[in-house]
Design a protein around this ligand. Sequence first.
Ligand code: KG4
Ligand code: ZN
Length: 338
Amino acid sequence: NKDIYILAIESSCDDTGAAVLHNGKVLSNVVANQEIHTQYGGVVPELASRAHQQNIVPVVHQALAKANIDKKELNAIAFTQGPGLMGSLLVGTSFAKSFAQGLNIPLLAVNHMQAHILAHFIDGASKEKPEFPFLAMTISGGHTQIVKVNNYFEMEVIGETIDDAIGEAFDKSAKILGLPYPGGPLIDKYSKLGNPKAYQFPKPKVNGLNFSFSGLKTAVLYFIQKNVKNNPNFIQDNLYDICASLQYTIIGIVTDKLKKATQETGIKKIAIGGGVSANSGIRQALLNGEQKFGWDTYIPKFEYTTDNAAMIGIVGYLKYLESDFSSAATTANARFKI
Ligand code: KG4
Ligand code: ZN
């Protein structure tokens, strides 16, 4: 049994990540967040690629230093091939290819969405590793998917958003409320202080297991405009109740779809991932589902659930074991499907 050291690179959106794994165990997991986007109220792709280019070498050096290994000990380089922002992906892809060429070691191209799911197989990521088959719900600022996971690389998307991601529903509503970007964590915080039934927002009517969040944002906009006309201080006076009601609506949407997914598939094991899985209300709803519906839920540690390179590394390791290497001609794929 050989010792396998893998360097993993993540650069799909606005976080530059590098991690080193030893036989699937995380030795280091470094992320450089890009503060630059805060002032624009969202990720600006052009600025993201530039920041990746600036960050990638220092982040990789840090990951190697923290893991206390020399680059010559590496056995392979894993990188995010997609999906994501093309300019951002190109930075990580080009870096990984050149580094692998220089070290004369193989390349492992990783699908970012598979990585969010397989992050559960990092040692110590959550209470235990889910057994196949299970359902995975990936919810973040960029993604909203329910996936049936039959095996490591046998996955089927059974539901996804037809417009905005769930994180955008949080962030865009927060923006309407005058909260800074990203507003999701603030809505979560204020929700705890308000009445979830103070206001009613419409739930979208979408067939099957798909989601739609763009209507919710519009509903929030009209609701605020209408009320501010009568009371210019409406938001300030009712912020906690508005946040609680909005979050309650989103939790309802997610819970309805999960209920439907478990009924349709007969699978009650649910693993979640993505930045929005940090939401306290969604976590509570999942735990309630354990009592109410007999669900078995898996919630990974925060560092493995937001965009990170350790999750790319674990997929890289699984691919390494199957000698599933990619050629030096591999290119980034912004619309890479699971
Ligand atoms: O996974 P992530 O860090 O990056 C990607 O979007 O891929 O997710 C960021 C998203 C943002 O939309 C942010 O508002 C949301 O996750 N978020 C939350 C919470 N923490 C982060 N949304 C609701 N409640 C939270 N506690
Ligand atoms: Zn992601």
